[in-house]
Write a protein that binds this ligand. Structure first.
Ligand code: 8YV
Length: 322
């Protein structure tokens, strides 16, 4: 008898076939509806492998029921949806999908930066609403990108890929990270600065750090007060790193100029969320890695990690090596 695997969302058939070679697969077929929690709780009891997304909370309560589980393969680079400590204690391998989404997410980050600085969404809405009467000197004026100072918080793989893009825009590059990255300083001319100095000096502040207990609420009211009045905050990492109500206040008071957000404390964000009332906020539905090719690579890599673990091999992208 083959081991059982649960896949929590529809993924391309050839990728499911890869998993079928080593396991009997149960798949939650809906593409746009997450697997109901009660079904997840029922299925987790019997499976040895779980292929999941960020939408599933793999918490201690669920892991308690996972008597046969050997591997959790998350189709994402982030894994803040999984209780790693409990999984590790129970000897469950956890894997993620790094590298394959780095450039795509950096592209989206830069696109969001540009859209926010040059008010692209507002401008498009303005035109479609028939409000374009004439060319006017102050119509939809934004902030310059070329030559501006950019501060990257979190110089990991994606942070570095964004940093490389700033070179084409002749930007002054500051960064803050747990440890200094000398190769990034040498190759890209990045300057390591303390956190508060980055907030004070940057025209663009990019949140690119993983979401952990240390980075939860990293940016709050006191930090917005340090930023320039023309500063633009971009977050394509995780919503919980920035305090959303403090961000709202800072935008309303004019402490910062605008924000571009791909991620939120609560996803999907509710349509009556106060941030959605502000014209100087560009919001996206967590699409950092959403290119056709990259999503295929992520699913494929997540399947490879799962299959390796089921076969008793060491998966390529093991997160909890301890
Ligand atoms: C994914 C992400 O789009 O990989 C991550 O950590 O946030 C995004 O790439 C999404 O979360 C897929 O589950």
């Amino acid at each position: 008898m083959k081991p059982k695997v649960l896949i929590t969302r529809r993924i391309p058939e050839p990728i499911i076939d890869k998993i079928r070679e080593v396991a009997d697969v149960f798949i939650w077929e809906k593409e746009d509806i997450p697997i109901p929690r009660d079904l997840l709780e029922t299925k987790i009891v019997e499976v040895e492998g779980l292929f999941c997304l960020l939408t599933e909370s793999i918490d201690a309560q669920l892991l308690e029921k996972a008597k046969n589980l050997k591997v959790i393969s998350n189709m994402a680079v982030g894994y803040n949806n999984i209780d790693i400590e409990t999984a590790t204690k129970k000897g469950i391998l956890v894997t993620n999908t790094p590298d394959v989404l780095t450039e795509t997410t950096a592209d989206l980050t830069f696109a969001l930066l540009m859209a926010t600085a040059r008010r692209l969404v507002e401008a498009s809405d303005f035109l479609r609403a028939g409000q374009w009467q004439t060319w006017s000197p102050n119509l939809l004026t934004g902030q310059d990108i070329f030559g501006a100072t950019i501060g990257i918080i979190g110089m990991g793989r994606i942070g570095e890929a964004v940093a490389r893009r700033t070179k084409g825009f002749n930007m002054k590059l500051l960064y803050n990270n747990r440890n200094r990255k000398l190769e990034v300083e040498q190759e890209l001319g990045a300057t390591y600065v303390p956190f508060e100095e980055l907030l004070r000096e940057s025209d663009f502040i990019l949140v690119m750090t993983p979401y952990t207990t240390e980075t939860k609420n990293l940016i709050t009211a006191e930090h917005f007060k340090l930023m320039k009045k023309n500063a633009i905050l971009i977050n394509t990492a995780r919503g919980g790193i920035v305090n959303e109500s403090d961000l709202y206040e800072a935008l309303v008071k004019g402490e910062i100029w605008a924000a571009g957000l791909d991620v939120f404390e609560q996803e999907p964000i509710s349509t009556d969320h106060p941030l959605l009332t502000l014209p100087n906020v560009v919001t996206l539905p967590h699409i950092g890695s959403a290119s056709i090719a990259t999503r295929m690579k992520m699913a494929d890599l997540a399947a490879d990690n799962l299959v390796q673990a089921i076969r008793g091999e060491m998966p390529l992208n093991l997160v909890n090596k301890q």
